[in-house]
Design a protein around this ligand. Structure first.
Ligand code: ADP
Ligand code: MG
Length: 254
């Protein structure tokens, strides 16, 4: 279905002082995290600590698709959130393109995320009142890209994910698979070095899911992709699968 590789232009990263295509894109070392402890958020009002990650060490290189496998609650989403700088683990380091996200300010962490990380969620997280084009352009608004450039870039990306005839549609007018393709186009808007995908096929039927996976495979040719799933068919697109159990890495396959 996908004719073209979703290519990216090589850039030099002035934030980190490193080449953005340097081999190791993501490295977690000794990462431990509990929810409900200092710095964590509680999901329930029960005053209880949940250890989500235990001494997790892993890395992902540019051009790699790394799969995170494990049952619900094993810590997959927590790892993706740490990579995206959406949470700072209680212990350990999370390097994104050589910069330790745990030792920078909140503001710098947000900036690094916006510039270098694209996020694809299970439930798409599109804004329902905005067209496909405007959803894709949204990260470019935050990045201060001029309006005309935003429009061109969003349309190019939508074309690359096969949605050139859906640019003016609202999410409610699109199928689940189309919404996820819009979400992938949005994740690529800022040309990120790293893409994290959290159960990206979880809401999709098998055929639609495999279109989305084909797209992610293309995305992963030049970027680092970390893909969380409990589904073996989804994980089949990964170059390497890391298996988690109760927040710990139990195998890191090659
Ligand atoms: P997975 O993505 O593999 O299902 P998660 O990373 O979401 O796993 O969750 C790991 C553990 O942390 C689970 O026990 C889960 O209940 C807990 N957890 C996740 N998010 C929160 C939160 N915001 N507050 C409290 N506990 C959480
Ligand atoms: Mg999850």
């Amino acid at each position: 279905m996908i004719q073209r590789v979703l290519r990216r232009s090589p850039t030099t990263d002035s934030d980190t002082g490193t080449e953005s295509d340097s081999a190791v894109a993501v490295r977690l070392e000794g990462v431990t995290h509990s929810y409900g402890s200092a710095g964590g958020q509680l999901r329930t009002d029960r005053d209880r600590t949940v250890t989500a990650l235990r001494d997790v060490t892993l890395e992902c290189q540019a051009g790699d698709i790394v799969g995170l496998k494990g049952p619900s609650g094993s810590g997959k989403s927590t790892i993706l959130h740490a990579i995206a700088g959406l949470l700072v683990p209680a212990d350990g380091t999370v390097e994104l393109l050589g910069t330790d996200l745990t030792s920078v300010t909140d503001r710098d962490r947000t900036r690094l995320r916006r510039r270098h990380v694209g996020i694809v969620f299970q439930r798409f997280h599109l804004l329902s009142s905005l067209s496909a084009r405007a959803n894709v352009a949204l990260p470019l608004v935050q990045a201060g890209v001029p309006r005309s450039t935003r429009r061109d870039r969003a349309e190019t990306l939508l074309e690359e994910v096969g949605l050139e005839d859906r640019t003016d549609h609202l999410p409610g007018e699109l199928s689940g698979g189309e919404c996820q393709r819009v979400a992938i186009a949005r994740a690529l808007a800022t040309d990120p070095d790293v893409v994290v995908a959290d159960e990206p096929t979880g809401e999709l039927d098998t055929a639609t899911g495999s279109d989305v996976l084909e797209l992610l495979t293309d995305v992963g040719r030049e970027r680092a992709v970390v893909l969380a799933s409990h589904d073996d068919d989804t994980l089949a697109v990964a170059d390497r699968v890391i298996t988690l159990r109760d927040g710990a890495v139990i195998s890191d396959g090659v």
